[in-house]
Design a binder for this molecule. Structure first.
Ligand SMILES: N[C@@H](CCC(=O)N[C@@H](CS)C(=O)NCC(=O)O)C(=O)O
Length: 211
């Protein structure tokens, strides 16, 4: 299988970590997002959204990280990162959906304001945007922290693609100054996740940005 990726992409970190956890040999091709190669007509044929990651399994083209993570898991080792049990699998899907709907958008706000604006010379963070996003960050960090209070992993008593999906954007928590000190269970879980060899290897290619 092959994946179109970019090393700075949190979603790609999740996909690369999943492949390593599942011992899938994934050939990778970097799409130069900074040079807008994702908008080239050839790439738009592969993903009309012009986004990475994209997975290719022979003639099957799959975009959207949620789908890619589930596909890799189901293909490689059924009942590992994606449980077969219907309730457990739905719980995994629930956290992936929650991540897309609530968690990633609020983290993206902080990443854009506190990190990418600086990197791209777009000016200082907008205090009103940050203040407006803070209640959403607190609400969702609290939900995640509470869910993790009595367990090591989000679902099924083991690592699943839910952890990979929810963890993805935290690769930028520090350089984007996303304060998570009030959420000890969340931080313990994040530390467990990022210290797994598969995750560390996937994250190793993320450029180092400093706060
Ligand atoms: N919903 C998509 C989002 C993918 C996405 O936002 N990819 C980013 C990198 S993490 C990207 O390709 N950005 C390029 C751009 O916005 O031009 C998914 O979950 O795969």
């Amino acid at each position: 299988m092959k994946a179109f990726i970019h090393p700075a992409s949190p979603n790609c970190v999740a996909v690369l970590a999943a492949a390593r956890e599942l011992e899938i040999e994934l050939q990778t091709e970097v799409v130069d997002l900074f040079g807008q190669a994702n908008l080239d007509p050839e790439f738009l044929q592969i993903n009309p959204n012009g986004l990475v990651p994209v997975l290719l399994d022979n003639d099957f083209v799959l975009w959207e990280t949620t789908a890619i993570l589930q596909y890799l898991a189901a293909r490689a080792h059924p009942d590992s990162l994606l449980p077969l049990d219907e309730r457990m699998r739905s719980d995994v899907t629930r956290w992936q959906a929650w991540s897309i709907a609530h968690w990633q958008p609020v983290l993206q706000t902080f990443i854009f304001e506190n990190l990418f604006k600086r990197l791209r010379g777009l000016g200082s963070p907008d205090p009103q945007t940050i203040a407006g996003a803070m209640p959403r960050l607190e609400k969702h960090a609290r939900i995640l922290n509470t869910a993790l209070a009595d367990r090591e992993w989000l679902c099924a008593g083991r690592l699943t693609v839910a952890d990979l999906a929810v963890g993805a954007y935290l690769v930028y928590a520090e350089p984007a100054a996303i304060g998570l000190g009030d959420y000890p269970h969340l931080l313990d879980w994040w530390s467990r996740l990022r210290h797994r060899p598969a995750w560390s290897a996937a994250e190793a290619h993320v450029p180092e940005f400093h706060a």
